[in-house]
Design a protein around this ligand. Sequence first.
Ligand code: DMJ
Length: 616
Amino acid sequence: MQSEPGYIVHLLFVVITHTLLTTNLKRDCIQCSTGKFLVLLMIGGLAYLILTHSSQISSVNSLSKDIGTKKRDTVNVEGRFDRFWRKPPRLPPRLSPDEIRRNSSSIHGTKKLNAASDWISRQQSVKNAFIHAWSGYRNYAMGYDELMPLSQKGIDGLGGLGATIVDALDTAMIMGLDEVVSEAGSWIEKHLPERINQKDQVNLFETTIRILGGLLSAYHLSGGKQGKDLMHKGPKPIVYLENARNLADHLLVAFTSSPTAIPFSDVVLHDRSAHPSPNGLSSTSEVSTLQLEFNYLSSLTGDPKYRMESMKVLEHFKTLPKVEGLVPIYISPHSGGFSGENIRLGSRGDSYYEYLIKIWLQQLDSNLTYLHDMYEEAMKGVRHLLVRKSIPNGLVFVGELPYGFHGGFSPKMDHLVCFLPGTLALGATKGITKEKAMRANKLTFEDLENLKLAEDLAKTCFEMYSVTSTGLSPEIAYFNIEGSSEGGPDGGNKSSKYVHDIIIKYADRHNLLRPETVESLFILYRITEDPKYREWGWQIFKAFEQYTKVDSGGYSSLDDVTVLPPHRRDKMETFFLGETLKYLYLLFGDNTVLPLDEFVFNTEAHPFPIKRTTRE
Ligand code: DMJ
């Protein structure tokens, strides 16, 4: 059967031709020309509206699912009339006739054209996912740290500073979601100062990377000191900087009250006191993942105290004994020495290595070569002591030394380690493309080795997703190696080539919507320009959509990625909006947005400008 609009057009055609063919035109024109002309004009107009209307409805519907519930209500009431007159959706940039000819002159060209529009629509899907995540949070948890999407309520798991709002803000800015920017910005202006002054205990690291980092990048992206007013929404940029400074002034006590250069792990905001964790130790990654944020704040405010306090930590690390550049995952703020021998690039170790190279990149014009040296030595150590291949199919992975250099090797790899491919690639080319770096002869032997490892590890991280029934990675994977006694259950996807290479233990099968793999895919795509990284990112995004999306709003962590359907955990982590969706959006988008040789992303994906930092 014909589609409805097609059928109507057909009828109109019959009526019009019938009128024209069976009437004496001359007589009609003389007797009632004006009336007939108007009727024909109306019929023509109606036909035009039906044709354009039918092709626009679907796109308009997807756009009209806008952010706020208020807006959604209006659309329902006015929808029918509104749809005819609504502006058409924003289309991809038009190509010039020359470009169109060039592109369509070969099958290859046509394919390219389709591919470009595919990525634009995939990027739009990520934006829609962000809107869905935000609307869940906004409707049920506004002002709380995190959303519990199944219970439809909020929870303060990070000290009560409205963490999702601040963590998500710059993602909304990058996506051009003015309404979210306005809601988040207004909340920050109205409530954050009081929260910072009155809340109880917060973790120094989490508060720095998510809240301080989020405020600083929001300040820059909203126009910063120049007051460029790029976003036209939300409060004046200075509001973000004032909150950042106030927060950092509260956090500084973690450094100043410690007897060594190593800060305490927790701060009580309302009385500005600092405290060690219950076992008296700080995590290595936590104390060494504060400097990008504190340095940038010093540059913006002109007050050196933030930089000085935080950089003391790394100057101290420089003096400590290491195993081929590798360090244990605990350090004592009381003695200033490492505690235990457990070496890994997963939890509590990860971003120590990430910040060595990123702080060096951020401060290119200052004398911090010791950080680059520490990074390079550590990566050599990783390649020598921690990298192995799985059997039977040779996936390259990074294992652990739980008992130090003299103890045994463990083939365990946290999903958190998947930040490493991106960091290795960034460290190798300093953010420019591999091709450009090769042409300029800028890659050393070490850089090339690191780049190779980056590509191998990115594949492994992707296979940690595709080996499971849901297509989502577990929190921890073990790898089968020669002579290992590990053994254990697989990920459930029997058609994966790597089903026997990867073991997933029962306790490690959860997925917290973490970003590390898509973060690395984004950086590797920018640097190698290999489209496979985008395709892998798209597979992962589809799996998040299929298994973690909650109808009423938000996305949920999962208990077990190896079973279908997976049981949901009722928690949406702030980094899903701050990192995971931001990296996917950038991965599918234009390479010139936030170029990696001009911006450094903190460990929570908040971008800070590199070159302007010290001069602003
Ligand atoms: C984030 O808070 C940061 O990326 C941190 O460095 C590691 N863990 C989470 C995301 O998984």
